[in-house]
Design a protein around this ligand. Sequence first.
Ligand SMILES: [Zn+2]
Length: 315
Amino acid sequence: MYIGIDVGGTNLVAGLVDGQGKVLAKATCPVDKTASAEELTHQLIQLSKEAAGKADCPIKDIQAIGAGIPGLVNNSTGVVIKTTNMPFVDTPFRAMFQQEIDAPVYLGNDADCAAIGEYWAGAAKGYDPALMVTLGTGIGGGMIKSGKLYTGFGGIGMEVGHLITKQGGLLCGCGNHGCWEQYGSATALVRMTREKMTQRDDTVLWQLCGGDIQKVEGRTTFQAAGQGDEAAKEVLEQYLDELAVGLVNLANILFPEVICLGGGISHAEDALLLNPLKERVYSGCFDKTHLPKMERASLGNDAGVVGAAMLCHVV
Ligand SMILES: [Zn+2]
């Protein structure tokens, strides 16, 4: 039995996971924005015990614990180096955990954990190499090759969101201009949709957000396009072009056997997302005899928990 921990900006989740990647029990709580790194780590320890308790699994039967962290970790030292929007800075996560639970503790980046989860038990199972791309606030990436996670020099590889797809483009949080995530993330889709709305008052997008442009989400655009709205379809065309640029680059460099797409946007219907995206990506692929499969992630929010639990097998 394994414990997988998903440290999200909104919720903390610990899950008891078996060797096949099946989640047997979960414990969760909202993130207290005022809590310190020590307090959050202590909560994660309690959630881990709670998840094991829910399935009557004694702590001594836990073979390994893994944690997916939204930030930079050093798995060799067991330290969380830094996180975005969370208080973990040089936090000795493993040492703190092991004061209370006697089990090996592994640390991973959250995007890597999502990739491991889908590879172990989801839509990327059976493929090698398997590339996962998560479309959210930014764009996260993770790749598993020959059963091992590719982490690059220093353990922070596969930062696919910072591929530069537009020279001299928009300023990114990383300090560079024109990063892919400024054009292909869910945040970017929302920005592009809002820009279009300010130019068009005849679009159904206005009705779908109740006249409040701040209420526009990624799915609003897909919903409007599904209803045949021209403005939304124009936004989507542009968005899919931007998304495809990064995917073509990744496909031509890495030659993954599968590209698994995750994040809220990936739930859009095939006719609006996966099919037109495939067409664009395949037309840009260097070798038409080795086209990657393109799949929608299948584990949803559980991918992070499953992947974290299986870190011990892939790092
Ligand atoms: Zn960037």
